[in-house]
Design a protein around this ligand. Sequence first.
Ligand SMILES: CC(C)(COP(=O)(O)OP(=O)(O)OC[C@H]1O[C@@H](n2cnc3c(N)ncnc32)[C@H](O)[C@@H]1OP(=O)(O)O)[C@@H](O)C(=O)NCCC(=O)NCCS
Length: 310
Amino acid sequence: MGVEELDFAHASELDRRGVHAVLAADGEALSYEDTVTAWLSRNDIGFEAPRFAVVREGERIVGYVSARISEEKANAHVALFYLAVLPQHRRRGIGTALLGALPTLIPGRTVAESWNVFKDSPGEHFAAARGLRVVTSMTRQRLDVTGLPEIGALPPGYELVTWTGRTPDEFVETYVEGLNAMADAPFGDTAIDSAGFTADRVRREEAGTLTAGGDRWVVLTLHDREIAGLTVVERQAGQRTRAEQLHTVVLPAHRGHGLGLLMKARMLHELTGVEVIFTRTSSDNRHMLRVNHSLGYTDLYTYLAVQAQL
Ligand SMILES: CC(C)(COP(=O)(O)OP(=O)(O)OC[C@H]1O[C@@H](n2cnc3c(N)ncnc32)[C@H](O)[C@@H]1OP(=O)(O)O)[C@@H](O)C(=O)NCCC(=O)NCCS
């Protein structure tokens, strides 16, 4: 079976639409235009635009694998991948052939993880059959922004700082410290380093989002000018009404005061033009799931992250 690399940035519209059709055949997918924008951009955790390999039947693309790598030292060994085959072409070894093409697509990477495998789906069975290991289980949640929640009173000694777009110079180190406190969030056995932030990395990632036409909002909580917690929402270029609630963390010394809920409530007051927000939280993170439910988020589905050793 022929697996060929596809240079997505220079691919024909027919091929681009072909890859999107494979993705869309399996449920929740962005529109074609929004998908193309996402596939030409870094993702929200700083991994580069994906590389692609495809399998065709005649001219038509019937399956693809995509893989993103990161230039950040902390994640230099790992790739994020996704693979999918059109339903009527499954169980003929195409998925296996695409998985086999991964190492040549991302030379030098020793681990690849897919974070989009629905529980009890063909993808989960395929992953098990091909020896991929489940590293964590995540819950996808959605909030339709219909009204704004009340923002609770800040406990004494705390203050909130908010910004949109580029992180102000005076807060960049504090912000980095807060992001790195995410390292103790429960993400199972993943090879992805969700800490490892530096001021340079923050600048690179925010510039990537902002120059592409996206937006970023941050709410920080300070205690004596030191970081106590933060939350971040990002809207990718081209997605006017839909945003992604990213990192939320309250540092251990400041937990138990309701700061997570308070920051997320405040965040909703900061967003402009956002009608729907998605977020992903470890299925083990009962506390964060509860905070989200109390803001009106509903659970959409559970998905698995699976890991391949290359
Ligand atoms: C996962 C997916 C890519 C597999 O593609 P595929 O071309 O059917 O995979 P293969 O034919 O190479 O299957 C290899 C083996 O996986 C297992 N497998 C695949 N689909 C299965 C299913 N629905 N039920 C049980 N086992 C399954 C079988 O052991 C199969 O070997 P067999 O057909 O000889 O029994 C396809 O089902 C898909 O596109 N799913 C949606 C996207 C997705 O979940 N991606 C997961 C990324 S890890």
